[in-house]
Write a protein that binds this ligand. Structure first.
Ligand code: BDR
Ligand code: CA
Length: 350
């Protein structure tokens, strides 16, 4: 049977690709999506969730749920340098709020809360005999609040998979990754709970570069035949409106990553790796460690501190107090992009 998942996100160009995979990967049934502050203010990320669900042809009963507008303790931040002011800078072809079908979704989903939605989905699935996997591709405020409010549901959660952190590596600090840095206290709350967890850190996501070659196959015809002349810097040749939209997502993300971080070969696709992990865990190598978040550092606030030596001699018995997290160490990059392009092909019928 298909894995049941809940996705909490802050779209975000790479979050958008995570939603694409969550909607179209055949091994997954998406129960709901919640928005969080993060790459842009919640008012933007929430609307982006709705528009993306609609654009990707998600069933109307996959709702968008509104989450936290700010971190638990710290002031809210956003990242316009990477994602533009509204979280999806430069993206062409997003459905507008004037679209009647989207308007209906907006009104139906406008008052749903993230933590209530997660609780209901997890509880109902459990009563039907299946556990739910929770995926986070943004700051973990919603997930932390949900876990704090509902300890009675821990046994109904299969696992938590999050994109965030790094092993000695950061992107919004020397050793701080953006999602963790936005709400480090929330991340620590999640890491402390007695549920299986997997972290997909920057060390792995930086190997998944959306190269010009892959961009060419995105622009290619629906029959999958790459057009040798297609130039990724012009998106006019995309075979379908949805491929055109995806192409503009990648182009904007590529230019942000080039100007901000000097990535010349293409942008790293962080967030969709969480969904890929749930679909195909066999393409990842992971190892279990104790992971904590630096909450009071002079230079290191927001660092995920990974005890590579297990100097505390912690055991595997407890996902809360023991070695609390599987940390992804590598992924089969070609297999990941095959999965992504399979999901793109599914949208050709939307
Ligand atoms: C993370 O931060 C955001 O820019 C991306 O959406 C991703 O979730 C990478 O550090
Ligand atoms: Ca994100």
């Amino acid at each position: 049977s298909r894995k049941l998942i809940w996705l909490d996100c802050d779209p975000g160009h790479d979050d958008a690709i995570a939603i694409l995979l969550a909607v179209h990967c055949p091994r997954i049934q998406l129960l709901g999506v919640s928005s969080c502050h993060g790459n842009a203010p919640l008012s933007c990320t929430h609307l982006n969730v709705l528009r993306l669900l609609h654009a990707f042809g998600a069933p109307i009963d996959v709702h968008a749920h509104r989450g936290a507008t700010k971190p638990l303790i710290r002031p809210v931040r956003a990242d316009p340098e990477i994602h533009g002011e509204d979280g999806l800078g430069g993206v062409e072809g997003l459905p507008s709020l004037e679209d009647p079908a989207l308007k209906e979704r907006y009104h139906l989903d406008g008052r749903r809360s993230a933590t209530d939605g997660m609780a209901k989905a997890v509880k109902n699935s459990y009563l039907n005999g299946q556990k739910v996997s929770i995926v986070s591709t943004g700051p973990m405020t919603n997930v932390a609040v949900f876990l704090t409010l509902h300890p009675e549901l821990y046994e109904a959660i299969e696992e938590i998979v999050f994109m965030g952190g790094g092993v000695g590596l950061g992107n919004r600090g020397a050793v701080a990754e953006y999602n963790i840095l936005c709400d480090p206290e929330a991340a620590q709350i999640v890491l402390d709970c007695a549920i299986k967890k997997t972290m997909i850190p920057l060390n792995v996501t930086h190997t998944c570069i959306f190269t010009k070659e892959i961009h060419k196959s995105l622009l290619a015809g629906v029959d999958g035949q790459p057009d040798d002349d297609s130039d990724p810097s012009s998106v006019s040749k995309a075979a379908t409106p949805l491929r055109h939209m995806l192409s503009t997502i990648i182009l904007y993300f590529a230019s942000s990553y080039k100007s901000t971080f000097g990535f010349n070969d293409g942008p790293p696709l962080h967030d969709p790796l969480t969904i890929a992990y749930l679909c195909h865990p066999e393409i990842f190598k992971t190892k279990r460690y104790r992971v904590d978040v630096e909450l009071a550092g002079t230079h290191t606030t927001g660092e995920t501190v990974v005890d590579l030596w297990n100097y505390r001699k912690l055991s595997d018995d407890d996902w809360g107090t023991g070695k609390n997290c599987l940390v992804a160490e590598s992924v089969d990059v070609a297999a990941f992009f095959d999965l992504l392009m399979d999901c793109v092909r599914m949208t050709d019928a939307v």
